[in-house]
Unconditional design. Structure first.
Length: 141
C-alpha cells in the first residue's frame, strides 16, 4: 500500500528535480519517492550511500567505489566470514558489518544485483569492448 504526500517545492528545486527525473527516466513524483526512500536508508544504515551508476541507482559503501552487492559477492566466497572479508578489502570489520546489515535488510535487491553480475559473460563484454581478449597465464612450477 502507498500513501500520497503533497509538498511544495521552490521553482529552482523543481527544475533540479525534473533534470534528475529525466536522467533516471522517471516522473518527478517517482523520483521524489526514490530519493526519499534512499534518504531514509542512508539515515537507517551506517556507511551506506546511493549513487547513479551504469546499472541505475545503487547502494554503495561510503568512501569506496564498491556497491554493497560487490562486497557481499566477495563475502560469499569467504563464507560470509567478517574477518576474512575485512582483510580482503583492507577495511575495518565495522565496514563489512555495515554491508552485511544492509544486505540482510534488502536481500532481494542485493541478490538480484549479484545474479545480474554473474550473468555477464565474455560474449556480453566483447560486445561492449570490441578489442577485449582473453589471456591465459601458465602456472609456474
Amino acid at each position: 500500500m502507498s500513501k500520497v504526500v503533497s509538498t511544495r517545492l521552490q521553482d529552482d528545486t523543481f527544475e533540479r528535480l525534473s533534470r534528475i527525473a529525466r536522467t533516471l527516466d522517471k516522473t518527478p513524483s517517482d523520483t521524489v519517492a526514490t530519493l526519499v526512500e534512499e534518504s531514509l536508508r542512508k539515515i537507517e544504515f551506517a556507511m551506506i550511500e546511493f549513487r547513479s551508476s551504469g546499472l541505475g541507482r545503487q547502494a554503495f559503501m561510503q568512501d569506496s567505489s564498491l556497491a554493497v552487492w560487490e562486497v557481499i559477492e566477495v563475502a560469499q566466497s569467504y563464507q560470509m566470514d567478517l574477518e576474512k572479508v575485512a582483510e580482503h578489502f583492507n577495511r575495518p570489520i565495522i565496514w563489512v558489518k555495515a554491508a552485511f546489515h544492509y544486505a540482510e535488510a534488502y536481500p532481494t535487491e542485493i541478490g538480484l544485483a549479484i545474479q545480474d553480475n554473474q550473468a555477464v559473460t565474455f560474449t556480453h563484454m566483447k560486445r561492449l569492448l570490441p578489442d577485449m581478449e582473453v589471456f591465459s597465464l601458465k602456472e609456474e612450477k
